[in-house]
Design a protein around this ligand. Structure first.
Ligand SMILES: Nc1ncnc2c1ncn2[C@@H]1O[C@H](COP(=O)(O)OP(=O)(O)O)[C@@H](O)[C@H]1O
Ligand SMILES: [Mg+2]
Length: 550
């Protein structure tokens, strides 16, 4: 019954009279029970027992996908009328009714634009529903204008005798106590025509199905996204990183908080995946209501005594968009507060805080404190099941050890981080190899730098179908035998700070790839021009920075 369909479907979209075509390639997972309930309710409605179905859940949980699937399945049985409420600063009064009038055609559009008392319009609409079996979808009623809420109240009180199924979708996690939709919901609660369909997150198994052959880890993706299908599908499309769509969605939501609410959210993001209210209070001076606000807008969720971000991806977004100085200040406050509560030591929250703190301290050259913080993080993270925090802490440790001339130790740590990254990230290996090579270079360990560069390039050759054409194996032209081979280039280029490292040509021999160490893309271009080499594209391979660990 549930659809795994790859066909073009006609969405009776509200925006245009003709609707638009949408291609759904993803199967809808784990929605058999709500689809069956919708079908049963429609069955009753067609027999004259009209019903109102409330499809609720947070943004991205799949409300629209569910009703689209359902209307697609039922479109031959019943007339579908589709209306939507929009998040407008000035809501269109009766917006959804206008949408549906456009689909009803005939005298409807004229009747609506003629205006008149709403109650008369409602009565005419109800009469229309009594004429023909109808499936009425009103999407996103958390944004409904007051007139629409009145219409829905009117309909829900009279639908029982009509061959109509009215399906309302709304975000239940964004309804503050004074939200106008609440009054309608209270009204509906007493009604016996209402069917409630709260949608639940996807399971790890469903996330695994969506991942298919991709090399991301289902458990970890599930944990990061809280099983929210929107976050899952976007994160998969982005190959594991933080997709811009998720970032935008999270920031748009956070922007609706008051300034105190936003301050609490930032502190909570720094504290970590699990937030004890006492710790939050110690770190932020905001009033308690600000935390309440984060809860009622659905950014944070309560789990027994503790709070957490509803989605780990949301927490990452807030962290990443915070200025480093502010992050550092919050890390410090968190650490101070944690030192006062040793009982809480075993939880991931502070590990993340500790290793991130370590990174930030490193940037500000407070090495001893950074080392202690990272050691503390490693001591707790290593015995746990493999986790992303550990990649971060290993890389941090590599950076710290190389910094104090323990090159072998640093590289061993980088290798551990690399092995874990391979486990967690699709396509993560190549950039990380380049980065470790860069890190060794930075600390003047050219031999090890070359080793990593060689591994990176071997992988690049495999992935990008580029072949190596240098006569001798990789070596730095500034050291050893190949220095003389490269000297015609190096002499002048050194002036621009450009060191030519390696050259490759593509398998079809139409393109050459040069790797060089340089201060800027402009310097590379100048050096190339001086040597009459046509430069097409210059791609920067970042030298490892602490920020690239995150
Ligand atoms: N059960 C599901 N299985 C797979 N993908 C889903 C499922 N539900 C939703 N999606 C996908 O997740 C994304 C968000 O769903 P959507 O219906 O727009 O959420 P909502 O309307 O609740 O905000 C869409 O890309 C949708 O295709
Ligand atoms: Mg939707």
């Amino acid at each position: 019954m549930t659809g795994s369909f790859c066909t073009l479907i006609q969405w009776p979209g509200p925006a245009t009279a003709t609707g638009f075509l949408q291609l759904r390639l993803m199967p809808l997972l784990e929605r058999e029970p709500p689809l069956a309930e919708l079908e049963a309710a429609l069955h009753g409605a067609l027999a004259g027992r009209g019903r109102v179905v409330l499809v609720s859940g947070e943004a991205g949980i799949g409300k629209t996908a569910l009703v689209e699937q359902f209307t697609h399945d039922q479109r031959h049985q019943v007339r579908v009328l589709w209306g939507a409420c929009d998040a407008l600063f000035t809501p269109r009064p009766l917006g959804p009714l206008h949408d549906m009038a456009a689909q009803l055609k005939g005298e409807w559009p004229a009747r609506l634009s003629a205006g008149g008392p709403p109650a008369a319009l409602f009565a005419v609409f109800l009469a229309e529903l009594r004429q023909r079996p109808s499936l009425v979808i009103v999407e996103d009623v958390h944004w409904a204008d007051e007139a629409t809420l009145d219409l829905l109240k009117y309909l829900s009180r009279r639908v029982a005798g009509a061959p109509a199924l009215v399906v309302l979708t709304y975000r239940d996690d964004e309804l503050g106590v004074r939200h106008p939709l609440r009054a309608l919901l209270v009204d509906l609660a007493a009604s016996n025509v209402v069917v409630r369909l709260p949608l639940t997150p996807l399971s790890v198994g469903a996330v695994r199905t969506l991942l298919g052959e991709r090399r991301l880890e289902a458990e970890s993706l599930h944990q990061q996204t809280g099983g929210n299908p929107f976050f899952v599908t976007e994160a998969i499309a982005a190959g594991g990183g933080l997709p811009p769509t998720v970032r935008e969605a999270v920031l748009a939501r956070a922007a609706r908080l008051s300034l105190s609410g936003q301050a609490v959210l930032r502190a909570a993001a720094v504290i970590g995946p699990r937030i004890e209210p006492a710790l939050l209070a110690a770190v932020t001076s905001a009033e308690a209501y600000a935390a309440e606000e984060c809860l009622s807008l659905g950014m944070l969720a309560a789990h027994g005594e503790a709070l957490s971000f509803r989605h780990e991806l949301a927490r990452q977004t807030i962290l990443e968009t915070m200025p480093p100085t502010q992050r550092l200040a919050l890390h410090r406050l968190t650490l101070v507060a944690l030192r006062r509560s040793p009982a809480a030591r075993a939880d991931l929250t502070r590990l993340r805080a500790l290793s991130a703190l370590s990174m930030l301290l490193q940037v500000t050259s407070q090495k001893d404190e950074a080392e202690r913080a990272n050691q503390a993080a490693l001591a707790v993270l290593e015995p746990l099941t493999p986790n992303r925090e550990l990649i971060f802490a290993y890389n941090m440790e590599a950076w710290l050890r190389l910094g104090r001339n323990d090159n072998a130790g640093g590289v061993a740590m980088a290798e551990k981080g690399l092995a874990l990254a391979r486990h967690f990230e699709e396509d993560g290996e190549l950039p990380r190899l380049y980065e470790i090579a860069g890190l060794c270079w930075l600390y003047l360990d050219h031999a090890r730098g070359l080793e990593f560069l060689e591994r990176a390039l071997a992988l690049a050759l495999k992935i990008e179908h580029v072949e190596q054409t240098l006569a001798e194996p990789l070596s730095s032209p500034t050291h050893g035998a190949s220095a003389s081979t490269a000297s015609p280039l190096l002499g002048d280029d050194a002036l621009d700070g450009v060191i030519w490292l390696h050259t490759y040509v593509s398998a079809d021999r139409c393109r050459a790839y040069c790797i060089c160490d340089a201060s800027s893309p402009g310097a590379v271009r100048r050096a190339a021009m001086r040597n009459s080499l046509p430069v097409d594209r210059i791609t920067e391979v970042r030298i490892l920075t602490p920020y690239s660990f995150t």
